[in-house]
Design a protein around this ligand. Structure first.
Ligand SMILES: *Cc1c(COP(=O)(O)O)cnc(C)c1O
Length: 722
């Protein structure tokens, strides 16, 4: 583990709070902070990937002296500091939060929130995709609402990978290492100044666990780290990379997260009153808590029922590869000493992870264990709730699905993170004053209908131009190294123009997400893209998991189409999908496309981000869209007959996709009063855009989601309701 060198003390006193601003991730949604950091040194801001800690460390004394004398800068600095106090609850403006007002009796009872990944900012690459973004947005919304949450995750010092495509479109993965000195991390110390706070026994060795603290407004996130000199070299890498290594590695990593997390919180003196496992990776958190109660003298059955009462579990996917299963032999080898060196209940503990439908009765199913040990279990959309009740009813002796006690909280996205400043500024003019912070009130959001079409169109065009700029910027940065060929440059979107209807498709390249569905009928697509009167262009982005060769092949096929000269540069692939490129896409395209094979997408959240920016979605009737589609905020592909083969389903969905594009989407986009010039606002299209904002703002924000969790899951757990 690298040691943190501490604050940068060359910053002039008058600007002394810059360090504090940079070291609290609430800067990412502070309306004044990003522009303030950028103004310090714009090229450096870009080069550091908009990382304020790295930026401040790199600024020289001359520049500091200039800034300390720059009245305009000082004014902006004061505004950003004031906003930080509001966002983080410091300073004199500390008003009671939503949670304080509703549940004052629990304001001091922390909820521990465990997740294997957190996406908070692009400069902290400890996430791979949707689960991490959801967890990051959860922390941000909890901070705003004052929900007393503490996050627990892992410190992936080697980061998630950086994606580039080779000349053949094959994904190349490089580490994206995280330097603690350039990240807003505070290193915590154990008793007597040792760098670990807890340890566990595994594989015959003691594994020490250190921790770093990240501040997210009012919320703290603790990241666990095994990369300590005190550890055996084979154990130091346990926390290096996200979702890397084989089954043993994964098991051990999940033990660090679950068991280590409980022990580190105890070492820090934090005593959560409720515990939330966001996905099954964290199920050992529950097992460890059972173990501790049994060790302290409770019966096994009592321990299980006590842990259940205070535990919440959210399952995130119906795809079976998303549910970890470990053999009992593996469990014995790697965590046996942890779990039963002090208690004699080996079979009972292993039994917590049995699945009645699994013929092999010697395997530990993480999701089954999490469900058994949680009084409150939920899926992440109404549809996913139904699907989960069906999938897991075996755990209740094949009870009718309707009777299975799994509910749902539909996901949401953090408004201040995902709505562009341009759209928010427009809404400031037309919505009631407190629209950003209110409880997602339908009446407040109805006022979006009053936003004039021309004003919205103006903002939408500006956002599209910015996306095209972003693509050129990325191309400029990469072409000297990777792109001797012109085709690669065209495929990066450099030939795209602002007039055509621009469709975005960005997500992980898993085969059920069907990035290649639209290429099933090349001629029909060609006719769509190259109609001179009504052109269309398509932008793809996304990573395949480093070991998912099927996903990489789908990506490669999509990439081949970007090089097809007949498509005239109207199909692009934007490399290295992450938070930054995601922002560009969910703000800048005209239409968001989402084509999961129903019912495999539990929720999906990128369409919500797009909707908040006035981008309607066209999607299959899956995940959040089944409940979010209102008839006039986008388009839906009706579900194929239930018994159809995969091939038939794909053909059915592709047919509807083309029909909707040809007959509804494209004509509406090009229906302009003045006969089609780009300056004329398409009224019908913008009605969809406004409804997209209205529906997403009222129902699909992380503020609404975290309020739901607090009211229906956390507070009942804190109260110990049966
Ligand atoms: C929002 C987001 C996701 C999740 O999007 P889905 O629609 O759930 O696929 C994945 N990656 C990034 C970078 C995101 O911003």
């Amino acid at each position: 583990m690298k040691r943190n060198v501490g604050p940068d003390n060359r910053i002039p006193d008058r600007l002394g709070r810059l360090w504090e601003l940079a070291n609290d991730l609430s800067w990412t949604w502070n309306p004044a902070a990003p522009a303030l950091f950028r103004a310090i040194d714009p090229p450096l801001w870009r080069r550091t990937r908009r990382n304020p800690v790295a930026l401040l460390r790199a600024i020289g004394n001359t520049r500091w002296n200039e800034l300390a004398d720059d009245d305009g800068f000082l004014r902006r600095y004061d505004v950003a500091c004031h906003a930080r106090d509001r966002v983080s609850g410091g300073g004199e403006s500390a008003a009671p939060t939503w949670f304080d007002r509703c549940y004052p009796e629990f304001a001091e009872s922390p909820v521990a929130y465990f997740c294997a990944e957190f996406a908070l900012h692009e400069s902290i690459p400890i996430y791979s995709g949707g689960l991490g973004v959801l967890a990051g947005d959860h922390l941000k919304a909890a901070s705003e609402l004052g929900v007393p949450l503490v996050g627990v995750g892992l410190m992936y010092a080697h980061g998630y990978f950086d994606q580039t495509l080779g000349p053949d479109g094959w994904q190349e993965d490089a580490d994206d290492p995280l330097d603690p000195d350039l990240t807003p991390l505070e290193q915590l110390q154990g008793a007597d100044g040792v760098p670990w706070l807890a340890s566990l026994q595994g594989g015959g060795r003691r594994i020490h666990i250190g921790a770093w603290k990240l501040r997210v407004g009012r919320v703290s996130l603790y990241l666990l780290d095994t990369d300590l000199e005190e550890n055996d070299p084979a154990d130091r890498g346990l926390s290096h990379q996200l979702y890397a290594g084989g089954a043993d590695h994964r098991l051990r990593q999940e033990a660090i997260l679950g068991v280590g997390g409980v022990r580190v919180l105890a070492a820090l003196g934090i005593e959560p009153g409720a515990w939330h496992a966001n996905e099954g990776h964290a199920a050992f958190m529950m097992v460890e808590r059972v173990r501790r109660l049994v060790r302290d003298g409770q019966s096994f059955a009592d321990a299980v029922s006590r842990i259940r009462a205070s535990t919440v579990f959210t399952t995130h996917t119906p795809v079976s590869a998303g549910h970890d299963v470990f053999s009992h032999a593996q469990m014995r080898e790697w965590i046996g000493e942890t779990f039963w060196e002090e208690i004699a209940h080996r079979d009972e503990l292993l039994g917590l992870g049995l699945h009645p439908d699994d013929e092999a009765q010697d395997r530990f199913h993480m999701t089954a264990a999490a469900i058994r040990l949680s009084r409150r279990v939920n899926g992440v959309s109404a549809r996913h709730g139904r699907v989960s009740r069906e999938i897991w009813r075996g755990l209740w002796g094949d009870r009718a699905a309707g009777e299975v006690p799994i509910r749902h909280v539909t996901n949401g996205v953090h408004l201040a993170t995902w709505m562009s400043d341009d759209i928010a500024g427009l809404l400031d003019e037309w919505l009631p004053g407190e629209w950003r912070h209110g409880p997602g009130d339908e009446a407040v959001w109805r006022a979006v209908r009053d936003v004039p079409a021309e004003a919205l169109w103006h903002v939408r065009r500006r956002l599209k131009l910015r996306l095209l700029d972003l693509m050129r910027e990325e191309a400029r940065r990469r072409w000297p190294d990777h792109w001797p060929e012109s085709a690669h440059l065209a495929g990066a979107g450099t030939l795209m123009s602002p007039e055509p209807l621009t469709i975005g498709f960005a997500r992980r390249f898993a085969s059920y997400k069907r990035a290649d569905l639209i290429f099933r009928d090349r001629d029909r697509l060609l006719a769509l893209l190259s109609d001179p009167a009504r052109p269309v262009q398509l932008i793809f982005a996304g990573k395949a998991h480093p070991r998912d060769d099927d996903g990489k092949r789908v990506l490669q096929r999509v990439y081949e189409h970007t090089r097809d000269p007949e498509f005239e540069g109207r199909v692009a692939f934007l490399e290295n999908y992450g938070l930054h490129t995601a922002h560009g896409l969910v703000e800048g395209v005209d239409l968001w496309l989402n084509l999961p094979r129903v019912p495999l997408e539990a929720s999906g959240t990128s369409g919500m981000k797009a909707a908040l920016n006035g981008i309607p979605q066209l999607a299959t009737a899956d995940g959040w869209w089944e409940e979010g589609f209102e008839g006039d905020n986008g388009w839906i592909i009706p579900s194929a007959p239930a018994a159809a083969s995969e091939e038939k389903v794909d053909a059915h969905d592709a047919e509807h996709l083309f029909r909707l594009l040809e007959e509804e989407v494209i004509p509406l986009y090009y229906d302009r009063p003045g006969g089609g010039s780009g300056d004329d606002a398409p009224a019908g299209w913008l009605a969809h855009a406004r409804r997209a904002i209205e529906v997403a703002g009222a129902r699909f924000t992380a503020g609404r989601m975290v309020r739901d969790y607090a009211r229906d899951y956390y507070v009942p757990s804190l109260r110990g309701d049966a």
